[in-house]
Design a protein around this ligand. Structure first.
Ligand SMILES: Nc1ncnc2c1ncn2[C@@H]1O[C@H](COP(=O)(O)OP(=O)(O)OP(=O)(O)O)[C@@H](O)[C@H]1O
Length: 315
């Protein structure tokens, strides 16, 4: 049973121009995305740069204005109260970014960074607050001394852990993780990912895991949505996506996962070439959810949509 539903989400950014700086067009960053989240599951959102992944995550949590669509939380429409103080949605849904420190004030010590969500959402005495902060640091494998340090005094992996500590401070139900490990070394990536899995079990968390890397997503996610030009072109379980993908676009992302086995390297290279060729031939077309390819209708300089059902029928 899903506890969050996203219905037909659109985020369009106006493009201004001309002498009077009027709106001349829009960037259709997210263009009709729907998804549902169940408790304790991990959902992957994958696509190449500019496909609209971050905008989707930020729109869900309320950091981007929604042009149209709905966010339903525990049966209630929270579309217009996603960032209101004291709302359950604001407390329960947290976000972490590629560089967690960019979301932390560099002039604040860790104790102030962690205290912020605690003071906003939990009514604790100063002693309880300190105890809670120490517990949070323990959960992310750090000691009490970290409380008096500044964010720049930590390594990349440690900063990501601090970002996670802050995100879980108020026991959220879901974390939207936008490329949480892509700025880290491979070995540190594995540590942070495994750690995220551990706290998921401990807190019963759901994740929306945003990444351009299908290799990382395979490690983490139960359900995967492939995003292309602001829309989902394919959605399914890990099995559906990695074993039975239908899309030329998904195939292209899959073929980009590096292999370390020398015996399959040559076949993979040839496979990649064929997939790349198929993608190039169809790059200007729309990929239907069943894997069929249709011409795009150009409706503005920046926006192209799929043909209507009637037009497909006529094809
Ligand atoms: N504030 C903004 N104003 C105008 N256009 C924007 C704005 N933010 C994002 N966009 C555009 O919206 C589209 C989607 O951007 P978004 O950052 O969501 O993509 P992404 O898939 O997360 O890419 P990346 O992996 O590089 O972060 C892009 O074309 C981007 O240029």
């Amino acid at each position: 049973m899903s506890f969050i539903q996203i219905k037909d989400l659109h985020v369009h950014y106006p493009i201004r121009g001309g002498f009077f700086n009027t709106v001349v067009d829009h960037v259709y960053a997210v263009d009709g995305v729907s998804m549902e989240f169940e408790k304790g599951k991990t959902y992957g959102l994958v696509g190449e740069s500019g496909s609209g992944k971050s905008t989707t995550g930020k729109a869900i949590i309320g950091l981007e204005k929604i042009t149209s669509g709905q966010v339903i939380y525990e049966g209630e429409d929270v579309t217009n109260k996603r960032r209101t103080r004291n709302s359950a949605f604001t407390r329960d849904i947290q976000m972490i970014f590629q560089d967690s420190t960019s979301a932390m004030n560099p002039r604040k010590r860790v104790q102030d960074v962690l205290a912020e969500p605690i003071r906003n959402f939990m009514n604790l005495s100063p002693t309880e607050e300190k105890r809670h902060m120490i517990e949070l640091l323990e959960i992310v494998g750090m000691s009490e001394e970290a409380l008096l340090k500044y964010p720049h005094e930590f390594s990349g992996g440690q900063k990501q852990r601090l970002g996670i500590a802050r995100a879980v401070a108020c026991k959220p139900k879901m974390i939207i993780a936008d490329e949480p490990v892509s700025a880290l070394d491979l070995s540190v990536q594995a540590q942070v990912l495994n750690f995220m899995k551990d706290i998921q079990t401990e807190y019963g968390l759901s994740y929306l895991f945003i990444s351009h890397d299908l290799g990382v997503v395979r490690h983490m996610c139960d359900h995967i949505s492939i995003m292309y030009k602001g829309r989902f072109v394919e959605q399914g379980t890990k099995e559906d996506i990695y074993k039975h993908s239908k899309h030329v676009y998904t195939n292209r992302l899959l073929s980009a996962i590096p292999t370390i086995e020398p015996e399959t390297r040559f076949e993979r290279k040839m496979e990649r070439r064929a997939v790349e060729q198929a993608y190039r031939e169809n790059a200007q077309k729309y990929y239907d959810a069943d894997g069929k390819v249709y011409p795009l209708q150009v409706i503005s300089a920046t926006h192209k949509v799929a043909m209507s059902a009637a037009e497909k029928e006529a094809q």
